[in-house]
Design a protein around this ligand. Structure first.
Ligand code: HEM
Length: 226
């Protein structure tokens, strides 16, 4: 590998890690708001209305988030393609299953499953939200009854068992993706010492289990309590 190719591949991995950090931070924020829907419909409605109408969130944070999502999966597909080309020869000699986890070898599979989930998720929530606000021009956030609509709309989605199953399966793949992705992002930005590695891999498993488990609880809670 020439020096310039080496540095380019390090650069891509750092960018991948930075977008990954941003998305992990988003997941924590998203889960925190979703958990409110379990504990207090009023608080969930207030926060959702704020997030959905605040200009800073709508016109700065939301485009940055969409950019980070698209960047992360386009780069992921590109890096996978490039690694596959580089691996064609070395795989004949090495036994990958002995040296790496299933999760690290199948990031593209777990990543594409999360991407498929995002398409469904945007059809479920994001597109109706954008069309209510910016096509129909209804920024009130209210139902005809005068109540806020957000909690009600969330509950309506989880009435259907097929959707709950699709979401839960996706969250399991999200968990597999994070199990490797969390620790890999830290390694890509230089967190490499051996003694830290054990701590990092424990933290990675903790994050990868707790965050998807939180999302699963939200989906199941609304399925069983509507
Ligand atoms: C039970 C689990 C989940 C529920 C109930 C849920 C619910 C919602 C709701 C109500 C919105 C708001 C739509 C809007 O106002 O724009 C939203 C947006 C979004 N969700 Fe989720 N979500 C869940 C899990 C996830 C997961 C696991 C991910 C990522 C892997 C995710 C990614 C997103 C994204 C990227 C948006 C668009 C944010 C924006 O720009 O407004 N969601 N979700």
């Amino acid at each position: 590998m020439s020096n310039s190719t080496f540095f380019k591949s390090i650069g891509y991995k750092v960018l991948m890690a930075l977008s990954g950090f941003f998305l992990m931070f988003f997941l924590v924020q998203h889960l925190t708001i979703n958990l409110l829907s379990i504990f207090s419909a009023d608080n969930f409605n207030e926060v959702s209305h704020f997030m959905g109408t605040n200009p800073l969130v709508q016109f700065l944070l939301q485009p940055v988030l969409i950019f980070a999502v698209v960047f992360h999966f386009v780069m992921g597909i590109f890096l996978e393609y490039r690694n596959n080309k580089a691996r064609e020869v070395s795989y004949a000699y090495n036994k990958p299953s002995a040296n790496s986890t299933w999760m690290s070898r199948n990031m593209i599979i777990s990543g594409l499953t999360v991407l498929a989930f995002l398409v469904l998720h945007f059809i479920d929530f994001w597109i109706p939200e954008i069309s209510t606000k910016y096509v129909l021009g209804d920024m009130s956030g209210l139902l005809p009854s005068g109540e806020f609509r957000y909690h009600h709309e969330l509950q309506e989605k989880f009435i259907h068992i097929e959707r709950v199953i699709a979401y839960v399966v996706s969250f399991i793949f999200l968990s597999l993706h994070l199990m490797h992705g969390f620790q890999s992002s830290f390694q890509s930005v230089g967190f490499r010492q051996n003694k830290n590695m054990i701590f990092l891999s424990k933290l990675s498993y903790l994050f990868a289990i707790l965050i998807p488990a939180g999302f699963i609880s939200v989906a199941l809670f609304h399925y069983f309590n509507h």
